[in-house]
Design a protein around this ligand. Structure first.
Ligand code: FAD
Length: 584
């Protein structure tokens, strides 16, 4: 009998970890991958030095490491833990629960830009691909040309990623409604299932398989050479180590300093090879932050913080942008099935229409705060402006939200976002400690053209919600646009004070309800911080390969291109060093 009870308990525990967590904050780790090690196991004395040290095992870092490890020794240093065994990462239905986990070691690290928009950074092996909405779609051919990439190699690198981790979605009802609504509203033609960036309406790829199980950039490491690949988890890089070499005494990267989970400092060094390199793939915030912490950045700002200047470069951390997102919540007659992005409408003015649904209906998720994906009615807007803070959101979650009727959470969102915003901001260090998040500003809608495009986007959504397809789904046979805007103002989660004319002026609605779709980029632009080969200008043996190098976010959503870029640069480096012998 006792054995039976034990087996039953074991079964229930297993069920719980595969079906998702029953609290907002549950995280479990576990892995069986030969290249993964805890940072605390690192011993410099035992290591001979590496051909490549990659900082950040994220969206671009993993495919880059896998590719380089075919021929060279590669060390990846990732500040987060393993994604394996964490149901909040693995299961699509836990997307919002993962984002709401704000514990200090959680895979999602929240931050609030000075604009008052709640945002997040990945902190886990696999980076953004472990916490994102999973939509996979390539950049346009024009984008590839503008960046100056080799189109043939780009077209070989995307499929390398796709064969390993990308799937076609089984189109969810809310996504099918958006597809039909977009076509009825004139966002045509229908381009079917495609990864390509084509004007009109399409269904893209996703990194969830048919069981809703997430595949991430961390899975791409399996394509590497285990004998050459070492990945350290919970290894937070604090600075790049430079030596001045050659006649011109050029700053040359020779390794990095990192801390393990227990706070112990280590040094990882490159080997003596003339072409060995440190490559930063720490993401749009992590890479410019680390360059500045290492003394590469605006002299004045670094000196103020007591950071010794290695290379004076005004542009590090500058020119950052985030694609602004505004969304409309639509209550529905019946509960709608959960869905993340599968359908997209691509319009000529560079406004993209997407949707998500059903992320607030389970009794568990009602207790959690999950940003734009929740159908939260009243929230910060019910609180006087001076008192709007993250703590107020938490209080709302604890004391009010759980008592609201379930029907208030029934429905879906239609989102519009603009690509390539002309409004730019930047990043500023607070001190010399890598653990202190930098201050980030995006200046959403400071450029009038961005605001005009947002208005175009909201008007496009209006056309979609007025189609017969949506009228049939929604309560009262379709709300007026004004009622929907009103509801969306109330449901909106940012710290920007709301105005009474939000629904009378679409411009005001755009400004007040702006949120993020987490496509922030820039900070290490080509031609300003890195050259065309992604080498840091003024330094030797140092590159940056990630979204911080983008002037504009690629495609409707960037992850496909960030992963492609990791593979692309890996192959380029191998071919440069080995010629045909590279075999890639
Ligand atoms: P990351 O993937 O974030 O990689 C950076 C890595 O470096 C992280 O793992 C980080 O922990 C590590 N790191 C940083 N600093 C250090 C340090 N000092 N030492 C060691 N390690 C460090 N894109 C899409 O295409 N489709 C979507 O549906 C989509 N939805 C999204 C939803 C969310 C919630 C988020 C956050 C993003 C979404 N995106 C989506 C965007 C996309 O996921 C990101 O643009 C992309 O993953 C960023 O890649 P990256 O390489 O620049 O950074």
């Amino acid at each position: 009998m006792e054995l039976l009870i034990k087996l039953l308990l074991l079964f229930l525990t297993a069920l719980k970890t595969t079906q998702g967590s029953d609290s907002c904050n549950e995280v479990k780790h576990g892995h069986g991958y030969p290249y993964l090690h805890e940072a605390s196991s690192f011993s410099q004395a035992e290591e001979e030095g590496f051909d490549y040290i990659i900082v950040g095992g994220g969206t671009s870092g993993c495919p880059l490491a896998a590719t380089l490890s075919r021929n060279y020794s590669v060390l990846v240093l990732e500040r987060g833990g393993s994604p394996y065994g964490n149901p909040n990462i693995s299961h699509m239905q836990n997307f919002h629960i993962g984002l709401s986990d704000t514990s200090p070691s959680a895979p999602s690290q929240p931050f609030i830009s000075t604009d008052g928009v709640i945002n997040t950074r990945a902190r886990v092996l696999g980076g953004g691909t472990c916490i994102n909405a999973g939509f996979y779609t390539r950049a346009s051919q024009r984008y590839v040309k503008t960046v100056g990439w080799d189109a043939k190699l780009v077209n070989e690198s995307y499929p390398w990623v796709e064969q390993r981790i990308v799937h076609w979605p089984e189109v969810a009802p809310w996504q099918a409604a958006l597809r039909d609504g977009l076509l009825e509203a004139g966002v045509a033609p229908f381009n079917g299932y495609t990864y390509n960036h084509l004007y009109g309406t399409k269904i893209g790829g996703i990194i969830f398989d048919k069981d809703g199980f997430r595949h991430t950039a961390a899975d791409l490491l399996a394509a590497g050479n285990n004998d050459n690949l070492k990945v350290l988890l919970h290894a937070t890089v604090e600075r790049i180590i430079f030596e001045r070499r050659g006649r011109r005494r050029r700053p040359t990267a020779v390794g990095v300093e990192f801390k393990d989970n227990s706070g112990k400092r280590h040094r990882a060094l490159l080997n003596g090879g003339r072409q060995s390199e440190v490559i930063l793939s720490a993401g749009a915030i992590g890479s410019p932050q680390l360059l500045q912490l290492s003394g590469v950045g605006p002299r004045k700002e670094l000196k103020k913080l007591g950071i010794p200047v290695v290379i004076d470069n005004l542009h590090v951390g500058k020119g950052m942008a985030d694609n602004p997102l505004n969304s409309i919540f639509m209550p529905t007659k019946k509960p709608v099935r959960q869905s993340l992005i599968q359908t997209v409408g691509i319009t000529h003015p560079g406004v993209f229409i997407e949707a998500s649904s059903g992320f607030s209906q389970s009794p568990n998720s009602i207790k959690c705060h999950h940003g734009i994906m929740s159908a939260e009615i009243g929230q910060l807007s019910t609180i006087p402006p001076g008192q709007r803070s993250l703590e107020a959101v938490q209080k709302y979650k604890r004391e009010i939200k759980k008592n609201l009727p379930k029907e208030a959470f029934q429905g879906g969102f239609i989102l519009e976002k603009i690509s390539g915003p002309l409004s730019h901001g930047g990043l500023r260090l607070v001190n010399g400690d890598v653990h202190t998040p930098p201050v980030v500003t995006f200046n959403y809608f400071s450029h009038p053209e961005d605001l005009q495009r947002c208005v175009y986007g909201v008007r496009s959504i209006e056309r979609v919600v007025q189609t017969k397809r949506f009228a049939d789904l929604t309560v009262n046979d379709a709300y007026t646009m004004e009622a929907l805007l009103n509801m969306s103002v109330q449901a909106n989660v940012n710290l920007i004070p709301k105005h009474t004319n939000d629904t009378a002026s679409v411009e005001q609605f755009c400004r007040d309800t702006v949120t993020t779709i987490w496509h922030y980029h820039g900070g290490c632009h080509i031609g300003k911080v890195v050259d065309g080969e992604y080498r840091v200008i003024g330094a030797a043996r140092l590159r940056v390969v990630d979204g911080s190098t983008f002037n504009k976010s690629p495609g409707t959503n960037p992850q496909a291109t960030v992963m492609m870029m990791g593979r692309y640069m890996g192959v380029k480096i191998l071919r440069k060093r080995l010629g045909r012998a590279a075999g890639v």
